[in-house]
Unconditional design. Structure first.
Length: 571
């Protein structure tokens, strides 16, 4: 930290102590924490992170120090025409908000009144005299969100009361749906949509379903792989709610007959969350599904993904191979991409050129070059992969092998000295080989290139706060005897506040790992069938989904019913 920065930090700390917003002891802790965080960490940011002060208290003290007014921003304080004096990108990147012009002087809200360079820059950009008011970053972001065509939406500004109060407010505010676009931009509808997103993130939902029912608009969240009803609102709000989501996702609100897709970036508690939006027309109106991509809720460490020790050891060995193909298989939503991201995270170094081709890019990783497929302009997986091979890669990740051309290019890359990761949609590990054959790939090429196939599913974890031992039905005991499996104790969750009375909290992966040995290469190269691949793989010690699932039941992590559901008919 420079001397000037240190002096400013000290001054801000002294101001907060003088206003009794902070104690001297807390200030010392924050200053020590600031030094740990690096020279770019501002004292105000550290104080908010430690929850010693609020943004309002910090900005209020800065405003007093620099003799500028402190303002709590409100939509009524902004002249929409004045906003156009600055480029939208500049406003969003610098967190400034032009409010209005008084006698040739532009009034601008800023979060850092100490930044004199920014004020000079504002004068140069607008050719106006500039006067500033100090406001919190949160208030300025909220104002930016309300601007037309905003690219980032702040969703913290929600009604704090109950769901019913939120819906009542909207019903009072919207008696008659007239101009849908106008209604969708009004505060009550914005607050309802913000509430739905905020609540979904808070409850750990992966998807939000907004669907027209017979007499209402129903909202359901997918939590731990299951849909749960969140709330129901009057049906006449369907158009306004869907239109608000479409506006956020830059979709066509006038088109209700065709499916549409879009993406939204939202800010919640200062962190970015990506939303993928899909609409589809039904007989009762449009149904909207929002996929929530919250990077904070996903760990990209292999140790946190539920691997058994023997599976993890073998998986680590295979992802460090010099060349070949590593496949992860499973149905949609089984965590394949997360596993691949964690694998890349584990092996990426400054000495390796790691490149990915994805559709879409779900998580941004350091030290990795990630490329987005653009099908509309002809940049498909296969074309992007061929181009990528001219970028001198060491390790390549292809989001999904969907066709023969992509599969053939990936195999050629593996045979010419690259390590290739990808995913396939198959029920188990052995079926991945047959899927590649059915795509038109010669078996001898598959046998030569394939190193390993990891199949996985997600099962729900038993809630650790209400877990108990229980005796299952006799039919389950009988089924286990037929499989030559003995389990002494069975666990289940009774249901409590922690798990929303479901008995489950979170999910964990169950794995099946097929390592391609020399004997298996011979089987694959000589016209394989699923049966003979499974037979040889089991002789070579393949760990199956069922075997790994039963281990997790024995350890009390999941229930026997969960394992039967994902691997009951797999031998």
């Amino acid at each position: 930290m420079s001397n000037a920065s240190a002096i400013m930090s000290r001054r801000l700390g002294d101001l907060l102590v003088a206003e009794a917003y902070l104690t001297e002891e807390q200030l010392q802790v924050a200053l020590r924490e600031q030094k740990k965080g690096g020279r770019n960490k501002l004292l105000g940011e550290v104080l908010v992170e430690l929850e010693y002060c609020t943004e309002d208290q910090i900005v209020e003290c800065l405003a007093k120090e620099y003799a500028v007014p402190y303002a709590k921003l409100d939509a009524r304080m902004c002249d929409p025409k004045v906003v156009e004096v600055l480029p939208r990108e500049y406003i969003e990147n610098n967190l400034v908000m032009p409010l209005f012009v008084v006698r040739g002087t532009l009034i601008v809200a800023v979060s850092e009144p100490s930044n004199l360079f920014l004020i000079d820059e504002l004068r140069g950009l607008t050719n106006l005299d500039v006067a500033i008011v100090a406001s919190t970053p949160r208030d300025i972001r909220r104002m930016i969100t309300a601007l037309p065509n905003s690219k980032v939406f702040v969703i913290d500004d929600i009604i704090e009361d109950s769901e019913s109060a939120d819906v009542m407010l909207i019903e009072e505010a919207i008696e008659d749906i007239g101009d849908v676009e106008e209604i969708a931009g009004q505060s009550p509808v914005i607050r309802l949509v913000n509430y739905l997103i905020f609540n979904a993130v808070r409850e750990g939902a992966s998807d939000i379903h907004i669907e027209p029912a017979e007499r209402c608009l129903r909202v359901r969240y997918r939590i731990d792989g299951r849909l749960h009803k969140s709330l129901e609102v009057p049906q006449h709000l369907l158009s306004a709610v869907n239109s608000r989501v479409k506006i956020m996702a830059s979709m066509d609100i006038s088109e209700r007959r065709l499916p549409q897709d879009g993406r939204v970036h939202v800010l919640l508690e200062g962190r970015k969350i990506d939303l993928r939006v899909s609409t589809f027309p039904t007989t009762r109106g449009e149904k909207t599904v929002i996929r929530v991509l919250d990077t904070r809720s996903v760990s990209l460490n292999l140790e946190d993904l539920g691997f058994a020790e023997d599976v993890l050891t073998e998986f680590r060995r295979q992802i460090q191979a010099p060349n070949g193909i590593v496949l992860v298989t499973g149905p949609t939503g089984s965590g394949k991409s997360t596993t691949l991201y964690a694998a890349l995270n584990a092996i990426s170094t400054m000495e390796n050129n790691v490149c990915t081709v994805e559709d879409p890019i779900e998580y941004h990783l350091p030290l990795i070059n990630q490329f987005q497929v653009q099908s509309k302009i002809g940049l498909t997986f296969s074309k992007a992969l061929r181009t990528l091979l001219r970028q001198d890669p060491d390790i390549i990740m292809v989001g999904e092998i969907r066709d023969e051309e992509t599969a053939r290019t990936a195999i050629q890359a593996a045979l010419t000295g690259h390590l290739v990761f990808s995913t396939l949609h198959t029920n188990d590990a052995c079926s991945a080989v047959i899927r590649l054959v059915n795509m038109g790939i010669e078996p001898y090429l598959i046998g030569a290139a394939l190193n390993m196939v990891l199949a996985q599913r997600l099962v729900r974890r038993v809630c650790h706060k209400c877990r108990e031992v229980y005796e299952p039905a006799k039919s389950i005991r009988h089924a286990l005897e037929q499989m030559d499996c003995s389990l002494e104790q069975f666990y289940r969750g009774v249901g409590c506040k922690n798990c929303r009375n479901t008995g489950f909290k979170g999910r964990i992966a169950v794995h099946e790992i097929l390592v391609v040995t020399d004997e298996l290469r011979d089987v694959i190269s000589n016209g394989p069938t699923t049966g003979n691949i499974k037979k040889v793989a089991k002789q070579e010690g393949m760990i199956t989904l069922r075997h790994d699932g039963f281990r997790k039941v024995r350890e009390g992590i999941t229930t026997i019913e969960e394992v039967f559901q994902i691997a009951g008919d797999l031998r």
